[in-house]
Design a protein around this ligand. Structure first.
Ligand code: C2E
Ligand code: MG
Ligand code: MG
Ligand code: MG
Length: 282
């Protein structure tokens, strides 16, 4: 009987696993061709200062497959596991620079800063820093206008190589932001030792600041620590006016979220800039 139960359990389990593995392989195959088929696109989400002026934007990757938008949460992990993140990540940096070069030419937009997400596997590849610097040069972008968003997972292993790469990019003028700050497993030591310029408070903390006492405390503590370490802070996922007011009262000066604007195609962002221009980063 036990043996029967065991066999049933196996029979029940295997097809599901099989299906998951196949779906994953199909996704990987399609992603492989997404680049050459021009199915990838960067959408831009504006970043605002305390006066409500735009100073920059975050580039967020979108994949349009057979008319459907596939969210990055579904394909970035696949790209990372398969190594497709290398060509894909290079494309993101190149495309961000191309957009930046175009947008900076608009009247009153010369100081626009664009932030791109860089995954840990992509960052730790040999030659990453050289590739980024060469891309900026090719598009004639001042290096200070590209910001790299990295996550704490970058600081868990092999800090030596990471440090060298960050220092090379920092010396070239690029800025670093820690994305999803507070959700990773690394120590705070890296804030002292590495070339970090700013923190992005994760939306999971920002969302709760009004109702949840501990979220509010974490946000307040992050802002005062950052101030002491001379790091700038941006709050992501700002969805309501109450939240914005709370953040302003705590000293936050940079905001991003649905309250201000959703990620939009570059052409739509361009239209927004034409009527608003940009302010220098606070
Ligand atoms: P992230 O870098 O933390 O980006 C913020 C995410 O929050 C984005 O989701 C954005 O659309 C969403 N968001 C912005 N404002 C709000 C808000 O007010 N409320 C809520 N609930 N969400 C908001 P998205 O575009 O789906 O991207 C998800 C993640 O995928 C990103 O998180 C980033 O980790 C990754 N990703 C996106 N583009 C790239 C890329 O080019 N390269 C790499 N390596 N990762 C990327
Ligand atoms: Mg990000
Ligand atoms: Mg984030
Ligand atoms: Mg995130």
């Amino acid at each position: 009987q036990a043996k029967d139960g065991g066999r049933n359990a196996v029979r029940f389990f295997v097809p599901e696993m099989q299906a998951a593995i196949e779906a994953r392989l199909i996704l990987e195959q399609q992603l492989r061709y997404a680049l050459e088929r021009n199915e990838l696109e960067l959408h831009l989400q504006p970043q605002f200062d305390a006066r409500g002026a735009v100073f920059g934007a975050e580039a967020l990757l979108r994949w349009r497959r057979d008319g459907d938008w596939i969210p990055p949460s579904e394909f970035i992990p696949v790209a990372e596991e398969s190594g497709l993140i290398y060509p894909l990540g290079d494309w993101v940096v190149d495309e961000a620079c191309r957009l930046l070069a175009d947008l900076c030419k608009l009247p009153g937009c010369a100081s626009l800063v664009l932030a791109v997400n860089v995954s840990t596997r992509q960052f730790t590849r040999v030659g990453f820093a050289d590739t980024v610097i060469a891309t900026l040069e090719r598009h004639r972008i001042p290096t200070g206008q590209l910001e790299l968003e990295v996550t704490e997972s970058l600081f868990i292993n092999e800090l030596g190589t990471t440090q060298d790469c960050m220092e090379q990019l920092h010396a070239a003028g690029l800025r670093f932001t820690i994305d999803d700050f507070g959700t990773g497993y690394s120590s705070l030591r890296y804030l002292q030792t590495l070339a970090v310029d700013s923190l992005k408070i994760d939306k999971s903390f920002v969302r709760g600041v009004i109702e949840n006492h501990s979220d509010a405390s974490i946000v307040r503590a992050t802002l005062s620590m950052a101030q002491a370490l001379k790091l700038t802070v941006l709050a992501e996922g700002v969805e309501s006016e109450d939240i914005r007011e709370f953040l302003v009262a705590c000293g936050c000066r940079r905001f991003q979220g649905y309250l201000f604007g959703r990620p939009v195609p570059a052409s739509a962002f361009r239209q927004q800039l034409l009527s608003s221009g940009v302010s220098p980063p606070p």
